[in-house]
Design a protein. Structure first.
Length: 288
């Protein structure tokens, strides 16, 4: 399949690499040209200096960029240059509103837009084990799935345009609550003078077990917070969640509170720490 991939950052670069390794004809684009050049050198694929050139005649245009405005800009530039009936798959985490806007814009020009945010982080992208939650036309998604399967372990169609982004919001709400619970559990164990390794062995085999506990307990205990998804990005995502909740009336008191806790982590200098750094906020308070 002739594919263009826009956004070759920590997520996009390995995802695009999986496509190349699977034998697809892939052209990469990144706003920072040096990143695109480095990716092309590493994979043996091509890169284009503009979105328009990357999109020229492609059947599948994939993007993984920063925010709503980035998606609008990239899709608007790409659309006129795509093959007829081409599919655009957006892996960026955005608002549901922009997903619906882009779907309408694409359909008006004879193309298809799928909002398809992912879960699994940088490790999932590197290992080809991402979970994809998709909104939009089911047949268009089916045409893209063989390519998406190269870096995904699960792809679930959630409904019409915007449904993928709404599902990602559910994902982030759940993560925020679990990570805050983990941070408080680590903090309590330390303050209580318990052997934190022994505590982990005791509680991780029961109902308290979670992915966050299995992967972040020991690093949080050590004060190590350099493992993937950054606080800045989590705050962006929670901002989308809280904006949507103000529209649909959902009550998200815990999510709003955790968002403010992440603001405190940013103020501590932890903007690029991973999301488990909520534990650092509690450790800092104890020191004070």
């Amino acid at each position: 399949m002739k594919i263009a991939f826009a956004g070759l950052g920590v997520m996009g670069a390995p995802m695009a690499r999986h496509l190349v390794n699977a034998g697809h004809d892939v052209t990469g684009f990144n706003r920072t040209t040096a990143k695109a050049q480095a990716w092309a050198t590493a994979t043996g694929a091509r890169f284009a200096p503009t979105v328009a050139e990357a999109a020229q005649g492609v059947e599948l245009f994939i993007l993984c960029v920063g925010n709503d405005d980035d998606v609008r800009a990239v899709v608007t530039e790409a659309l006129p240059h795509l093959a007829a009936s081409a599919v655009i798959v957006d892996h960026t985490t955005t608002s549901a509103k922009v997903a619906r806007e882009m779907a309408e814009m694409a359909q008006a020009q004879g193309r298809w837009f799928i909002d398809a945010p992912v879960s699994g982080g940088q490790a999932g992208a590197e290992n080809g084990q991402l979970s994809v939650m998709a909104g939009g036309d089911a047949d268009a998604l089916a045409r893209a799935e063989p390519a998406l399967n190269t870096y995904s372990k699960a792809i679930k169609h959630m409904g019409p345009a915007g449904s993928g982004q709404l599902t990602k919001m559910v994902n982030q709400i759940a993560i925020a609550g679990v990570v805050q619970g983990l941070a408080e559990a680590v903090h309590f164990a330390q303050v209580a003078g318990l052997d934190t390794n022994a505590v982990y062995e005791a509680v991780s085999k029961g109902a308290a077990q979670s992915w966050q506990m299995d992967n972040r307990w020991k690093t949080a205990v050590k004060g190590e917070f350099e493992f993937g998804f950054a606080v800045d990005w989590m705050r962006k995502d929670l901002g989308l969640v809280l904006d949507e909740a103000r529209t649909n009336g959902a009550v998200l008191s815990q999510t709003a509170l955790v968002d403010q806790f992440y603001a405190e982590v940013q103020a501590m200098g932890g903007a690029r720490w991973d999301t488990s750094s909520l534990a650092a906020r509690l450790q800092d308070r104890t020191k004070g």
